[in-house]
Design a protein around this ligand. Structure first.
Ligand SMILES: [Zn+2]
Length: 270
């Protein structure tokens, strides 16, 4: 599943092809992904210039003067920018055509989304989002406040969008390992000092992954593969039963809120 770093790398990869271009057509081949695709509203953007591509949480926002196209990659979505006459593949659902190129969304599992928002009217999907982790809005003071009355495991709290957006399962596991916090610790029992470290580490692991993705970035104009997805060097995620990189203890795995949580029983004591 694409996490925040993949979405940010996708934003960087496609924006160089889209910024300043005029939308010449929007082709919707599938009426519904996770939600209905608002084809008629999207068509109102034809003829308008793309002012830029931004990101909020895991949503990409293609901005024009009259409205925005909002794209979510869901579980399996990927974007490429190709000659618009390149033959379609299975699961190519939407094209945003700019001149002789197209931004093409492929999504086998169809949990992604393509939405429209009128200029100046925030879309409902943005209503309950907390601060962006890589901005100054996400502070240790904020995290301490959000954890103060929460008895839920700290891992679930940092993955909760109203607390902070874009911390998915991979980076929650990694950040807790690097901060030496057991993932099942009730959030209100984690010390202020540890929460301050956790805030910093969340920023660091996400920034490092974006940097790594940016440097190993596959060409978004290639027609095969899944541009934007990249291999990462991870300490705990996907390594249950293997040795801890710090102490060689065997990493344990538990399910928390249906998600695999991997931790070192020695480094991350309760
Ligand atoms: Zn260890």
């Amino acid at each position: 599943m694409p996490e925040l770093p993949e979405v940010e790398v996708s934003r960087m990869g496609v924006s160089v092809h889209l910024d300043g271009q005029i939308i010449s057509d929007i082709i919707v081949r599938t009426p519904k992904l996770r939600w209905d695709i608002p084809t008629a509203q999207l068509h109102s953007l034809v003829g308008h210039k793309i002012n830029g591509v931004s990101r909020r949480a895991k949503y990409l926002v293609i901005e024009t003067d009259v409205g925005d196209i909002i794209i979510h990659l869901g579980m399996s979505g990927s974007l490429r920018v190709i000659d618009h006459q390149v033959a379609l593949k299975k699961h190519d659902h939407v094209d945003i055509v700019v001149g002789d190129k197209a931004l093409r969304l492929n999504d086998p599992r169809r949990f992604g989304a393509v939405l429209f928002s009128e200029k100046g009217v925030p879309h409902r999907v943005f209503a309950k989002l907390g601060p962006e982790p890589l901005t100054g809005d996400f502070t240790s003071k904020h995290l301490v406040m959000m954890c103060a009355k929460r008895k839920a495991p700290i891992k679930q709290v940092i993955m909760d969008n109203p607390v902070v957006v874009g911390v998915g399962n991979i980076y929650a596991n990694e950040a807790l390992f690097l901060t030496k916090i057991h993932p099942q610790t009730p959030a209100n029992e984690v010390s202020k000092r540890k929460l301050a470290t956790l805030t910093r580490v969340i920023k660091e692991v996400l920034a490092a992954a974006i940097k790594q993705g940016g440097t190993t970035l596959k060409d978004f104009s290639q027609t095969d593969g899944k541009p934007g997805y990249f291999a990462q060097s991870l300490n705990v995620y996907g390594r249950g039963g293997q040795a801890c990189v710090n102490c060689q203890s065997i990493l344990q795995e538990v399910k928390l809120g249906q998600r695999a949580s991997v931790f070192c029983p020695k480094c991350q004591k309760r």
